[in-house]
Design a protein around this ligand. Sequence first.
Ligand SMILES: [Zn+2]
Length: 110
Amino acid sequence: MDDATARNQLKNMLAELDRSITVLRGDPAPPDGRSAADAGSDLTGADRAQAMIDVATRQRTAVLDALKRLDSGDYGTCVDCGDPVPEGRLAARPEAARCVECQSVRERRR
Ligand SMILES: [Zn+2]
């Protein structure tokens, strides 16, 4: 995947995430169709929306970081060990900052 393709994908992801975050912030009703009328008893729906916002915000940060790495020429290089991030991994997750090994080490640590 060349840089221009990666940049395009990342920009599309960013636009998509911005849209999702805006929708989630604006409408705390859960996506299962219940109306905001029972909002008083609907804390779980609001919590779920907040959890989705958190995930989307984290991913948005990862996408922005990846765009920065494209600008600085570091894109496609693992930020931990400096090895190239495999092409297939970048195709599946263009925002990936780490190779598979470093990512799994990091996730185990959490
Ligand atoms: Zn690595």
